[in-house]
Design a protein. Structure first.
Length: 407
């Protein structure tokens, strides 16, 4: 499908540093060492409601990965899906009387507008699952050929017993896995399963539900296998970063990694699994199912999108944090201070700021540290320090290129 428009990026002098990121599967910070072309897959939205600040926070984190890699001289091959057919989407469509296709299209379009406003670099491939059902079915066929699947009625399941690396991504105990699987769309108690953690690959057609033809009969893809199929076809296995929010660690990324492994015989499926923290509102994770949401589109009606971006960047991407109304006010004030300083005819030398921002960002995307470096420069410039006429333009370029904030 159509992606969204790319913002301009100003070039920076010199080259950025190698990016270190916390890799969930390594349980520590590791240097990413991509080939000249870095490959990243970021799980996209299930488009049954508008983009909320939690989504935006997650997509900004991976936008920073993209920007830091580019600054370090890499080309970036970036793929994202949209889960445009799935139970929650079909349920919402049913409740609201809107055709599920129209609902998905409308929310995907709003998501594009939100991403554009927040200056998130677009993926090279933005893939709706409904566009690639045949490819997903083909991957399920490969898993079947490896003896990793079985059927309950006409539904096809992946057998966890066929996955030797299962557990390597999350490191969770079986007890934790069972709890999370039940919470996050799994069906541990279904009758006929060989193991409670076996997961659905293909859901056979049910009356009134959309379906596509396949070798296993008409139906639609299960959740995890869609991302595995899209990542494999666009990026191949062994890509650099698989990304999403921390609620995707298990089951989604765990199960996807095993599918990729069993289908290709190659491990790891992704070299690093990177997860953003959860944004909460009123003490609970912001989620479409709970309905405790702050929509990016609504916030945009009243605030500069660059202030929204700065409000999110003020938190480290891996932190879990709670949105409060005051944060947009502080971010707007910061934006005003930066704009005012970056509009001065001169300021203190900004090359040290470039070095500091590069160092902070390469260190597991330390955005609070990066913002502090720009704050310090802006305060000095506002105090009349420095006579470098090129400094304000360089600070604008740093904010733009590395932080995605247009001043
Ligand atoms: N379509 C699937 C991924 S294939 C999905 O999880 N969609 S989603 O719309 O529920 O979430 C989209 C992304 O936003 C995921 O990476 C998810 O981890 C992240 N996300 C959802 N809620 C929050 C939240 N409250 N805070 C931070 N990130 C969130
Ligand atoms: Zn996904």
């Amino acid at each position: 499908m159509r992606s969204w428009s790319a913002p301009n990026i100003s070039p920076l002098p010199g080259a950025g540093l190698p990016l270190r990121l916390y890799d969930t599967s390594a349980r520590g910070i590791r240097e990413t060492s991509p080939a000249p072309e870095a490959r990243m897959y970021v799980c996209g939205i299930t488009p049954y409601d508008a983009t909320h600040l939690g989504h935006a926070n997650t997509y900004l984190a991976f936008d920073l990965v993209n920007r830091v890699w580019r600054d370090a001289g890499h080309r970036v091959h970036f793929t994202q899906n949209a889960t445009d057919v799935d139970d929650p989407l079909l349920e919402r469509a049913e409740q609201t009387g809107i055709d599920w296709r129209d609902l998905a299209e409308r929310e995907i379009e709003l998501f594009r507008t939100d991403m554009e406003a927040l200056r998130v670099l677009p993926p090279d491939e933005y893939v709706g699952v409904t566009e690639v059902v045949a490819q997903v079915a083909e991957l399920i066929g490969r898993l079947k050929d490896k003896g990793a699947t079985y059927e309950i009625g006409r539904d096809v399941y992946f057998s966890v017993a066929a996955a030797p690396k299962f557990g390597a991504v999350s490191g969770y105990s079986e007890e934790q896995m069972l709890e999370l699987f039940a919470e996050r769309g799994g069906d541990p108690a279904r009758e006929g399963k060989r193991h409670p953690l076996d997961w659905l690959l293909w859901r056979a057609e049910r009356p009134g539900e959309p379906s596509w033809p396949s070798d296993f009969g008409p139906g639609r893809p299960g959740w995890h296998v869609e991302c595995t199929a899209i990542a494999l076809s666009c990026l191949g296995s062994g890509f650099d970063v698989s990304g999403g929010g921390s609620d995707l660690i298990f089951p989604h990324h765990e199960m996807g990694a095993s599918e990729g492994h069993v289908a290709t015989g190659e491990w790891p499926f992704a070299k690093a699994y990177v997860h953003a923290g959860m944004v909460a509102l009123d003490g609970e994770k912001m989620s479409k199912s709970r309905g405790n949401l702050v929509f990016v589109s609504r916030l945009r009606a009243e605030h500069d999108p660059m202030a929204i971006r700065l409000a999110l960047l003020a938190h480290h991407y891996r932190a879990d944090w709670e949105w409060t109304a005051g944060q947009i006010g502080s971010a707007s004030e910061r934006l005003a201070r930066w704009r005012s300083a970056a509009g001065l005819p001169a300021g203190p030398d900004a090359l040290p700021v470039l070095q500091q921002v590069r160092e902070r960002m390469a260190d597991d995307l330390d955005t609070p540290g990066a913002l502090a470096a720009v704050d310090a420069w802006a305060a000095r410039a506002a105090g009349g320090e420095g006579t470098d006429p090129g400094a304000p333009a360089l600070v604008r370029a740093i904010a733009d290129t590395l932080l995605g904030v247009a001043l």
